[in-house]
Structure formats: C-alpha cells, structure tokens
Design a protein around this ligand. Structure first.
Ligand code: SAM
Length: 275
C-alpha cells in the first residue's frame, strides 16, 4: 500500500456492502469474544473506517492484517496504521486462506459485507488450518443458516459444510440502528471454533459435490436424487449407513453427510477401475 488518502470520506458503496458500525459497545463485545493473546495474528476482513480495527489494535496480538477491497478505505487505514498493523488492498474472496496455517495461531474477524459473507465463511472455515477462533457479523438470516440443525428449514449445504469444519455459536443480534447507512435487516454476531482435525472431512471434494447435489433438490427423497444422478452402489451405501432412501437431504447430520461422501468417493474409484 503506498497510496495515502486524506480528505472527505466517499459515500458508502452498496456494491461493497458498506454499512459502517457506529456503536463502540458492539465492537467491544466482538473484540472480547475474540479473546486474543499476545501470540495471536489477527486478520480483519473489511475494516472500512476502522470502528472494529481500533478495538483489535487495543487487544493483545503480535500482528494485525487488514484486508480491504475499497481503495479509499484501505489507504485511510494505512495512513493511521501502527507498526504491528499491515493493510492489504485486496478482495478477500480471492485471498488464499490456505496461507493461514500453523504454527501461528490465527484469529479472523469482520463485520462482513452481506453479499460475500457466505462464500467467505465457506472457504475460511475449510481452508484456514491455522484458525484458532473467528468472530463474524453477518446478516441474521445467514447467521441462522450457519447454525441451523438438521430437520429445520434453514438447514442446508452451508450449514452442513461449515459445521463439518467448525462449531458455530450465535452470540447476539444487532439492530439496523447500529450502522450507518442502516441496513434493511437485522445482523447477527457469530463465533466459530474449529473442530479437531480428526473430526474434519477426509473427502472434502466429494462432500462438496454431495451437498450441492442433495440441496439443489432438498424436497426430493435421497433415493430418487441418487438414482437420477446414477451414483454407483447408492443403495448399498445407504443400507450400510442405515439411511432410509425415503429421507430428504435436510434430515441428515453433517457427520452422516461426511460418511456418505467417503463411501461415494470409494464407490466412484472402484467403478472407474472396473470400467
Ligand atoms: N468493519 C467496518 C465496520 O464495521 O464499520 C466496515 C464493515 S462494512 C459492513 C464491510 C467492509 O468490507 C467495507 O469496508 C467494504 O469496503 C469491505 N469489503 C467489501 N467487499 C470486500 C471484499 N470482497 N474483500 C475485502 N473487503 C471487502
């Protein structure tokens, strides 16, 4: 970053989900949930004018990295950065989250732009192997989907994928009046704790394809979905896992989806070897 901004702030950009926090108490609560130590490396996604950044800078940490897509706000953050803060002008969606790896303990936070929150959380929770904790503010409806349990109408591919990697908790709801400009809907602050490596998906690509196949047809029965997709050995797989073919995808837990993903991966490999 070597462009230095100053002067009047530009009008908030809807395309970048710019609803800026005006309430220090909410920023304080987010920073407290992060519960950082001196060793932690923190990443903030979308710092904007820095309402949350100031609380992160005051929290224990070894390094604070700010990822901001808006040129003006990135250079504004750079202008006031201290020696432990690095500002990166980038699209967080294009960031390689596999770089967030051990041995450093990484904490990720952000009041996320509404339009990119789901794909960002999808990638971060699966790819950032060095993640110790994350706290994100998202649209309330997305927050409910992230935490949703099987059998509920909010439960879907996002819930099953994210809960296969981390344990999400809905911490508190934030009303539109806390932002400027005010969004039309409530927001939710969620914390995420990574699952132990042994509990994470062993066949993530297979899981991704399975979730996509199943939740594109969430009102259909599993047997019908797998028969139409011509998946090999699907009847044997369902029988071995004691899953009724008449169930709908929304009835299955993340653990069951993971077991099915492993079985389908093995069946497809066998099938290819034979043909
Ligand atoms: N953290 C500030 C706050 O709480 O007031 C700003 C939050 S605002 C909801 C979202 C921020 O993310 C904006 O600063 C916006 O420019 C930035 N942003 C939007 N899309 C982004 C992306 N793809 N990558 C990085 N930053 C992005």
């Amino acid at each position: 970053m070597n462009t230095i901004s100053s002067g009047t702030a530009p009008k908030a950009k809807k395309s970048l989900g710019q609803n800026f926090l005006q309430d220090d108490n909410i920023c304080r609560r987010i920073a407290a949930l992060l519960d950082t130590t001196d060793a932690d490396r923190i990443i903030e996604i979308g710092p904007g004018p820095g309402a949350l950044t100031r609380f992160l800078q005051a929290s224990p940490h070894s390094l604070l990295i700010l990822l901001e897509k808006d040129t003006w706000w990135a250079s504004d953050r750079q202008r006031v950065a201290d020696c432990r803060t690095q500002t990166v002008l980038t699209d967080a969606l294009a960031f390689d989250w596999r770089r967030i790896s051990p041995p450093y303990p990484w904490i990720i936070a952000g009041n996320l732009p509404y339009n990119v929150a789901s794909p960002l959380i999808w990638d971060i929770t699966a790819q950032a192997t060095g993640l110790v904790r994350a706290v994100f503010m998202v649209q309330k409806e997305v927050g409910l989907r992230l935490c949703a349990q099987p059998g509920t109408k909010q439960y879907g591919a996002l819930s099953a994928w994210v809960q296969s990697h981390v344990s999400p908790t809905l911490e508190f709801i934030v009303r539109p009046g806390a932002f400027s400009p005010q969004p039309k809907v409530d927001s939710a602050v969620l914390s995420f704790t990574p699952l132990p490596v042994a509990q994470r998906p062993t066949e993530p690509d297979s899981l991704k394809r399975l979730l996509s196949l199943c939740f594109q047809q969430r009102r259909k029965q599993l047997g019908g979905i797998f028969r139409r997709a011509a998946l090999p050995d699907w009847e044997d797989i369902l029988r071995a896992l004691r899953i009724e073919p008449t169930l709908r995808p929304e009835a299955l837990s993340p653990v069951t989806f993971n077991k099915m993903a492993v079985s389908f991966r093995a069946a497809l490999t066998n099938h290819k070897k034979k043909s």
